[in-house]
Design a protein around this ligand. Structure first.
Ligand code: 16G
Ligand code: MG
Length: 557
């Protein structure tokens, strides 16, 4: 690094001192903290983004959001050239940068890392970082700090995409690196064109069962609701009533996280909506759950990420079967596409059983999108979802190339055949659903298109299988990092003996299942329990909380 560059970095770093006593860690989804503590961190993540862009010679994304957390929090995370999460191998360096106490120690870290990674600064092509933020008021100042970090590497451009959903920014990064136009308008055009395409190929059947054309959406008073509101006139048959789209406090009694965890109707929803098909987005619109309000109450029946996954799996499997014809892949000129689903331990056991009964390969990974995404990318069609509503469908390049050719062939030989329609539907899904990351907006349009295709009400969809009763609790302990897990977080290896105690407790309950894991976003240990009855699940969860306290020291929250 030349002298001029070093001085530029030292100068800008001295304007962003780290708050006394603060300790930052690039967790499951980047850095998160009270917004007032984050300026130095966001500045440093700006530096990190610039460096990553220089190293990969590609566009990188920097998103300022704290997702479903309270409005006074904020956070920052990076999108890699593929549009996915920052490579895990850079996370320790991100931690070190964020915690370097003085400008000189920051510079030393950078010099050492650049050397270790063989990053060539001089003569590198122009690098670029796309910046986005959610609707949090603190986002504006933090975005400025990010710009300062990015541009303190000479020759790096910071392009502000403004207020966008997290998945929109990831989509833009991916598109830009593929040489595709990557504006917000391009994003909507691609999504809505493929949505309409799916609708065009809905089979004409005689049926009295028509799906309601009305959907009510809880926008969490965040960015997703605002974006959806602006799309309302472009949705054809679908009438969307967007509530909580910016007038109230972000994530307060609203949003996908609230709805999924509390199983209660969000603010501005109530008994008058009983039976309506409703959806809820989280604060940065990368999570989606559906629900309907139960008559005369504020309680809901939740249709969570597991059911969205099951709906997608059912539809895609059906299209693959039609495409491959009666020989199921053995016909000449067919492609035996691998279809796999990826879940975490939080997936309801009934969903996993259902997917296995469908003959699908189900794989479990630890919690966190980066793990699920990586696994799903191993399939021709990889569907991943967390129960909390974050997920998407990934298509392999090899399968998509084959599908394009197959589609051309069918266009000339058997247009209007079922096979041709199946090919067109699969291509449309691959363009509709965000290939970079889970996306509540594109997920919502895929759900809507499939329900219309199947002529299913939300109730019918919910009946695919019945969730086993479950309970989630959290425990405050002295040191949550003392909990070490394996087998996709289903077994604890440390502290010694606790797993045996959990197993002995779980064995007491019919269909009992229970696991504990340290949270990646809060200073707590989480407990998940499932059993054949709600009382059983509650009881099991509470007993395991006591075990956690016993083995790890007190402090329940
Ligand atoms: C983050 C993760 C989400 C995960 C959650 C778990 C991303 C983009 N988000 O929100 O996937 O389910 O953390 O939180 O990776 P926990 O570790 O506090 O339980
Ligand atoms: Mg989110």
């Amino acid at each position: 690094m030349n002298q001029e560059q070093q001085s530029a970095l030292l100068r800008s770093a001295s304007r962003f001192p780290i708050p006394t006593g603060a300790k930052f860690s690039y967790g499951t989804s980047g850095f998160r903290a009270d917004a007032s503590l984050l300026e130095s961190t966001v500045f440093r993540v700006g530096i990190l983004a610039a460096l990553r862009s220089i190293q990969t010679r590609s566009v990188i994304g920097l998103m300022i959001t704290a997702s479903h957390n309270q409005v006074s929090d904020n956070g920052v995370k990076l999108a890699d050239p593929s549009g996915g999460m920052l490579t895990q191998s850079w996370e320790p360096f991100a931690d070190a940068l964020a915690n370097a106490l003085h400008p000189h120690s920051l510079l030393q870290l950078l010099v050492d890392f650049i050397k270790k990674e063989n990053i060539v600064l001089e003569g590198a092509p122009v690098s670029e970082v796309l910046l986005g933020r959610d609707t949090r008021p603190s986002g504006e100042t933090l975005l400025e700090a990010a710009k300062q970090g990015i541009t303190s590497f000479m020759g790096t451009t910071a392009s502000n995409m403004g207020i966008v959903t997290t998945p929109q920014l990831h989509w833009m990064v991916r598109a830009k690196n593929k040489g595709i136009e990557a504006t917000e308008l391009n994003y909507y055009d691609q999504m809505l064109t493929s949505f309409r395409c799916l609708l065009d190929y809905i089979p004409q059947r005689d049926s009295t069962q028509n799906v309601s054309d009305k959907l009510v959406v809880d926008g969490a008073d965040g960015v997703g609701g605002e974006k959806l509101e602006n799309l309302k006139t472009r949705l054809g048959y679908l009438t969307v009533d967007v509530r909580n789209c910016g007038g109230g406090v972000l994530n307060e009694g609203v949003g996908a996280d609230y709805v999924q965890k509390e199983k209660m109707a969000p603010r501005n929803f109530g008994p008058a909506d009983a039976g309506m098909r409703c959806a809820s987005l989280d604060g940065d619109a990368d999570r989606l759950v559906y629900f309907y309000v139960i008559s005369n109450s504020n309680k809901i029946d939740l249709v969570d990420g597991d059911k969205i996954l099951s709906l997608f799996a059912l539809f895609l499997k059906e299209q693959l079967c039609i495409l491959n014809g009666p020989n199921d892949g053995k016909a000449c000129n067919s492609y035996k596409a691998s279809l796999g689903v990826v879940q975490t331990a939080y997936a309801n056991g009934a969903s996993t059983d259902y997917l296995k009964q469908m003959g699908l390969e189900v794989v479990m990974t630890p919690t966190g999108v980066k793990y699920l995404h990586e696994k799903a990318a191993e399939y021709d069609i990889g569907i991943y979802f967390e129960a909390n509503g974050h997920g998407t469908v990934l298509f392999s390049d090899a399968f998509l190339s084959w599908l394009e050719i197959k589609n051309q062939e069918l266009t000339s030989t058997s247009q209007d055949s079922d096979q041709h329609k199946a090919a067109l539907r699969l291509l449309a899904v691959s363009r509709l659903i965000n290939q970079a990351v889970g996306d509540a907006l594109s997920g919502l349009f895929l759900v809507e298109a499939i329900l219309k295709h199947m002529r299913w009400s939300i109730h019918k969809w919910n009946e695919l299988y019945q969730d086993l009763p479950s309970r989630q609790l959290k425990v405050k302990v002295v040191d949550r990092t003392a909990v070490i897990t394996e087998k996709a977080e289903t077994k604890v290896v440390s502290p010694a003996g606790i797993q045996e105690a959990i197993d002995a407790e779980t064995d007491k309950y019919p269909k009992g299942r229970c696991f504990i894991r340290p949270s990646g976003t809060e200073d707590v240990v989480r407990v998940y329990a499932e059993a054949s009855s709600q009382e059983g699940a509650d009881h099991l969860a509470n007993s395991v909380v006591r075990l956690v306290e016993q083995y790890l020291g007190f402090g329940r929250s």
